[in-house]
Design a protein around this ligand. Structure first.
Ligand code: ATP
Ligand code: MG
Length: 431
């Protein structure tokens, strides 16, 4: 955490210095000069070159037409392009950012393209750059527009980028440690849970009411601790892409209905009404039709975890009224909606809600226990299946969580199911 702030701060500082250099470089070139001024500028040019040559970050200036105009030695080291080769080439050839599958990023997700198109600073802390010799390296990129002499963007951008392979490696080690520790701690915890269950069982132990009361509290806390370890394990695995998933063609309606049915009991305990409905169009709820089948290529256990988390939250953060679970979709998308009449979420918290350990801190949530891992895990699992999760909420008026998943048609679902049936492996898990 501290490291990433430090990296961010250093990156910011480097960017300010570089933008200043770029600005003076441009402004100097456009003024008629006296002899003394010329000397001064020569001196400044030497200093500018010195800084750009020695700085550890890669620096590239790209003109409005997408041509690389400046490429410092560190940029050359990171990308394996010699600076004199890179200059005058299209930036997409030299600074090729790709996705997980090695495909070049579309302009909408490309920090360079976005800064060139919008004239605003962009940042991507988790990009992958393909070097000239074909290696894929993780980089963080900050791209900022260059201003002309009167302070207006002139269409060019300056990019500062760094190789973050080492930081990623350290993060993976930290996550590995959390995984191992939480996994190891689950074993003794399961033993404690077992002994508490024996102590609470009248067939195996005689205890008075006071002791029963205390042991029940201990048993509940042990269960919470077990859930916390499980969430820590899942989130650290999700972070570095080690989340185990056995996807198959799964009918989402069946799973969502099971989760909603199971949640009716805790909802009723809080005096809440929980409803479940399926519809065939984008309206959600509405008139009931012959139940459409919504197939998605997901691991049923993982997706169940997502639905459970969202519905649990809706119950947990709602004190009166109802929770409505809806399933809807069109030809290409399945949409799950979980609407509640609860506390709602302040607008300023919404952008952070799906981050690890983020909890809204106000009087309506402070008394409710939780770790802030649930929605992070939901996002990671949803993204694993190329889905999207988001929330619409008004503080004090309730929230609606949405999950979109790519939909398989019945034919595709059948093909996947029969292919899997033909190749039964010991890894296959029952639903
Ligand atoms: N339906 C909801 N209504 C209001 N606030 C919500 C709702 N769902 C989530 N939140 C807010 O978002 C925060 C993050 O939710 P998340 O599920 O990640 O963590 P949590 O519920 O606090 O803990 P846990 O890890 O046990 O799920 C919650 O602390 C809460 O403040
Ligand atoms: Mg939660």
């Amino acid at each position: 955490m501290v490291n990433s702030y430090l990296v961010g701060a250093l990156g910011g500082l480097a960017l300010i210095v570089i933008l200043f250099l770029a600005f003076s470089y441009i402004s100097q070139r456009h003024k008629p000069l006296g002899e003394r001024q010329k000397k001064k500028l020569e001196q400044e040019d030497i200093e500018t070159d010195f800084i750009l040559d020695t700085i550890e970050d890669g620096v590239a200036m790209i003109t409005a037409d997408g041509i690389v105009h400046l490429f410092n030695p560190a940029a050359g080291r990171i990308s394996a392009w010699a600076p004199n080769e890179a200059v005058s080439l299209d930036y997409k050839a030299v600074l090729n950012l790709v996705d997980d599958k090695g495909q070049s990023l579309p302009d909408a997700n490309n920090a360079f393209a976005q800064a060139l198109a919008t004239g605003h600073s962009t940042r991507d802390n988790d990009a992958t750059l393909v070097t000239k010799d074909g290696r894929k390296i993780p980089v963080s990129v900050i791209v900022s527009p260059v201003a002309n002499t009167v302070g207006r963007p002139n269409g060019s951008v300056v990019a500062v980028f760094r190789d973050i392979a080492k930081e990623k490696e350290e993060a993976a080690q930290r996550s590995d440690f959390i995984s191992t520790a939480s996994h190891e701690m689950r074993t003794p915890l399961a033993a404690i849970e077992g002994y508490l269950a024996l102590a609470l069982n009248p067939k195996t132990a005689q205890i008075d009411n006071n002791a029963r009361n205390l042991l029940e509290k201990a048993s509940n806390s042990t269960k919470h601790l077990g859930e916390l370890f499980r969430d820590l394990l899942t989130s650290s695995k999700a972070e570095d892409g080690r989340l185990i998933s056995y996807p198959s063609a799964i009918e989402i309606g069946e799973i969502l209905q099971q989760v909603a049915e199971a949640a009716k009991f805790p909802a009723k305990n809080k005096g809440l009404e929980l409803s479940y409905s399926v519809s065939a169009d984008g309206a959600g709820g509405g008139s009931k039709v012959v139940r459409p089948l919504y197939y998605a290529y997901v691991d049923p256990n993982r997706i169940r975890e997502v639905f459970q988390n969202i519905i649990d939250n809706a119950i947990k953060y709602t004190n009166e009224g109802q929770v409505m679970v809806r399933l809807t979709g069109d030809d290409s998308i399945i949409q799950i909606q979980v609407q509640d009449s609860g506390a709602g979420i302040p607008a300023e918290d919404i952008p952070h809600l799906f981050q690890k350990f983020y909890r809204v801190d106000n009087s309506s949530t402070r008394t409710v226990g939780g770790t802030g891992l649930g929605l992070f895990i939901c996002r990671k699992i949803t993204e694993l299946y190329n889905g999207r999760i988001w929330v619409e909420s008004q503080f004090g008026k309730g929230s609606t969580f949405f999950i979109n998943l790519p939909r398989l048609n019945a034919q595709q679902a059948l093909e996947i199911q029969s292919k899997q049936a033909a190749t039964i492996s010991p890894m296959d898990k029952p639903l």
